[in-house]
Design a protein around this ligand. Structure first.
Ligand code: ES4
Ligand code: ZN
Length: 324
């Protein structure tokens, strides 16, 4: 089964590139940039990745990305993950990135975009891996700041496949970002949002009604509302579910308790992704292997999940046909 899963052409719709920063690269970039880390070794960093909840993870996620300073750093970050993913049979990645987390630290948007776009271009030209760009906004920061960053990003709008909404979900409902999403829609940008990870099923409804999103990232808590499940099924709205992330952040106690099998049996358009592979115990292949073990799924289930991902990926129609 593991060899089948490695060979299976896979597509990942939910990946935070800053969450792919492995401790080894974190140490290399810290040395290159003369930055002190709060860990004595790679092992100590890995041992610290033991989270109580989403906020506990986010604290270390924002701290870890402090080593990213130059265009080359962002390029190295992305290429490191792209090469690893490609070697595990991943052919397309829709990549979230968090400009506000870098702007706040004094890293200009131009530096972030130049590094990430160079890595995307190189991956597409040389390793047969295509990359979608999702500019994500931090929901625990002011809505006005997000609007300002979207306007500041005008030179890059043409490179964006979508905008997203991430970071601390609780008490930061989708409604807070209605203006941002209306503006993005006017610009012709597709919209996606994290909803129903730690937040309630109502946040999924809000994201659909007020933000007009095309995807729900996570969405596992939809099962708390029959009405929300029905709506997601009727519209075949894709859910980008992240199994190992949900275990690491204690959305579920263990993978065998995860509602993925139920989401599928409800007829929902489910996909699987790694979210933050450096922090949650592995990339897309590891997530596939863990699901095979926990749920006893056969090849057909994994083919279906990846077919869903291919149908929904931000790719040209020509590339989509190649992926099928
Ligand atoms: C995230 Cl797991 C998760 N949830 C929300 N926002 C995020 N940003 C990076 N990982
Ligand atoms: Zn996420």
């Amino acid at each position: 089964m593991n060899e089948f899963l490695r060979q299976l052409p896979k597509v990942e719709l939910h990946l935070h590139i800053e969450g792919s920063l492995e401790p080894e690269l974190m140490f290399a970039l810290a040395a290159r940039n003369g930055i002190d880390l709060p860990y004595a070794s790679v092992e100590e960093a890995k041992a610290a990745y033991d989270f109580e909840d989403l906020q506990g993870f986010l604290n270390l996620y924002y701290q870890g990305m402090n080593v990213l300073r130059t265009e080359q750093d962002f390029y190295d970050l992305a290429m490191d993950y792209f090469k690893r993913a490609r070697s595990e049979g991943v052919l397309h990645i829709d990549m979230h990135f968090d400009p506000q987390a870098h702007l706040q630290r004094g890293v200009p948007l131009e530096v972030v975009m130049a590094g990430l776009l160079r890595a995307k271009d190189e991956a597409e030209a040389s390793i047969d891996l295509t990359v979608g760009m999702i500019m994500a906004f931090l929901r625990d920061r002011p809505a006005e700041e997000a609007l300002h960053v979207l306007e500041q990003a005008a030179p890059y709008w043409k490179f964006l496949d979508a905008i997203g909404l991430d970071s601390a979900e609780r008490d930061n409902p989708p409604a807070k970002f209605q203006k941002l999403f209306v503006r993005a829609k006017k610009l012709g940008l597709v919209r996606v949002a994290h909803a129903g990870e730690e937040g309630p099923a109502e946040y999924i409804t809000e994201a659909l009604d007020l933000l007009d999103v095309q995807r729900i990232d996570h969405g596992v808590r939809c099962l708390e509302s029959d009405e929300v499940v029905k709506r997601l099924r009727d519209h075949q709205t894709v859910l980008t579910v992240c199994p190992l992330s949900n275990v690491s952040l204690k959305v579920v106690d263990q993978l065998s308790d995860h509602p993925l099998p139920q989401l599928l049996s409800e007829g929902l358009k489910v996909t699987i992704s790694s979210d933050d592979p450096a922090y949650f115990g592995g990339g897309l292949l590891e997530n596939h292997i863990a699901c095979a073990q926990a749920f006893g799924w056969e090849a057909d289930t994994f083919r279906l999940l990846n077919q869903h991902a291919i149908e929904e990926a931000f790719v040209s129609e020509g590339r989509r046909q190649e992926l099928f």
